[in-house]
Design a protein around this ligand. Sequence first.
Ligand SMILES: *[C@@H]1O[C@H](CO)[C@@H](O)[C@H](O)[C@H]1NC(C)=O
Ligand SMILES: *[C@@H]1O[C@H](CO)[C@@H](O)[C@H](O)[C@H]1NC(C)=O
Ligand SMILES: *[C@@H]1O[C@H](CO)[C@@H](O)[C@H](O)[C@H]1NC(C)=O
Ligand SMILES: *[C@@H]1O[C@H](CO)[C@@H](O)[C@H](O)[C@H]1NC(C)=O
Length: 477
Amino acid sequence: MKIVQEVVLIWIVLALFLQNACNVEGRYHYHKGQKKKGSSSTSPVPPPESQDPAPPSPAYSPVPAVPSPPGPDPSNSSSSGIYDVTAFGAAGDGSSDDTPAFTAAWKAACAVESGVVLAPSGHTFMITSTIFSGPCKPGLVFQVDGVLMPPNGPDSWPKGDSKNQWLVFYRLDGMTLTGTGTIEGNGGPWWELPCKPHRGPSGQTASGPCESPTMIRFFMSSNLAVNGLRIQNSPQFHMKFDGCEGVQIEKLSISSPKLSPNTDGIHLGNTKSVGIYNSMISNGDDCISIGTGCSDVNIEGVTCGPSHGISIGSLGVHNSQACVSNITVRNVMIRESDNGLRIKTWQGGSGSVTGISFENIQMEDVRNCIIVDQYYCLSKACRNETSAVYVNDLSYRNIKGTYNVISPPIHFACSDTVPCTNITMSEVELLPHEGELVDDPFCWNAYGVQETVTIPPIDCLRDGMPQTVAESPAYSC
Ligand SMILES: *[C@@H]1O[C@H](CO)[C@@H](O)[C@H](O)[C@H]1NC(C)=O
Ligand SMILES: *[C@@H]1O[C@H](CO)[C@@H](O)[C@H](O)[C@H]1NC(C)=O
Ligand SMILES: *[C@@H]1O[C@H](CO)[C@@H](O)[C@H](O)[C@H]1NC(C)=O
Ligand SMILES: *[C@@H]1O[C@H](CO)[C@@H](O)[C@H](O)[C@H]1NC(C)=O
């Protein structure tokens, strides 16, 4: 809604400009704090927090007809720092290539403080794989109120463009991605590539090029906010953060079909200080996945499903060191998912996963509600190895709901040589969604305590600490 107000504000400023630019009233209105007063003089504007879709934008005729306001690029800019891509030549008809207009609007907005790149409502913009890079002036906003989408599938992908990524935000500090619109991934043709699971001839998985773009990637950036948008039908991961610090995600709706391959909702790698709040995610792979190098992640008020649940890992592939710490998942609903809360590590890794807390989680028809798997392997041919990523300080509190009886709801498969330690379970109560109770929870080399009686009962969790605690430097981070 902010944008509507800003547009109204521009009108008022321009109107005043034409009337008499230097009376006291004019300066009064120019103040940002006076937005409300300004907007009351035209049609009513919804309150700022309203989630209503933006009303059709009042025929916002971009600037040229009026006296040039100050700015780096007078012909295309506005005094409020809004850079509407249509003013830079974007057609927004769903088929023209609007990439040059977006990059020009980005360049202009990047150069001013609190610049806004606006993809307005009422249009569908098509852009090709693009890196929006910084550094930029602080407070940059990329606002999608309309629809933004990539070319439709691998056959339309320009040769020479990266097929690994579509929208990339790189080297930014203090940027916001927001809007009331939709970022549409046109993922269908990518999911059907013969290399994707069971999509080859006669249901095989064929070999061949399989690259598919991550829809939105933030790379080496800090103090990011992402909110309000609908993000859907990604060719591969919907959002990925690599090497970022300070990320606030809120009120997103992420969706792809249940059977779309590798469409993780939000993936974090080497990223610290992250909040993911009040969002809905349904897709064909992990709802949220957390890779190595992540710490201080707080997930709250998220609904996952259908999906593959919330996953830490896989970690330690190819004997690598992995470090994940201080992850909190609270007040989350997981439904119709292949996993619930999962930690998966490969044999042969090092490092640790520590300080992981799951609290107030509602499960509905979930396979493997609680699972730690230190034998993660994509083929049957993984060798038995002696090292592993150490898993320590896990707590599961108030985890309730129903499981799919295809597999036991609780499964702790810890390494032979590096046991999992200090697992706390409290008020874990899981019942079959349909059918017979599966009351054979599995634990191997898992140490911890149950503060209350767990349902289904588990008697395989070992008391105390193992004789050989993982104290070797290999397990420190
Ligand atoms: C301003 O927008 C026009 C299209 O309306 C475009 O032709 C022109 O190159 C833009 N100017 C700059 C400096 O980007
Ligand atoms: C754990 O992460 C949260 C953010 O999720 C942060 O506020 C807190 O300070 C961190 N705790 C430690 C001990 O680092
Ligand atoms: C790994 O160890 C398990 C259990 O000890 C054994 O059944 C399996 O055959 C071993 N696999 C290999 C590849 O050595
Ligand atoms: C066990 O983990 C909890 C957090 O779940 C932590 O508060 C406690 O200090 C840990 N205990 C030991 C002995 O490390």
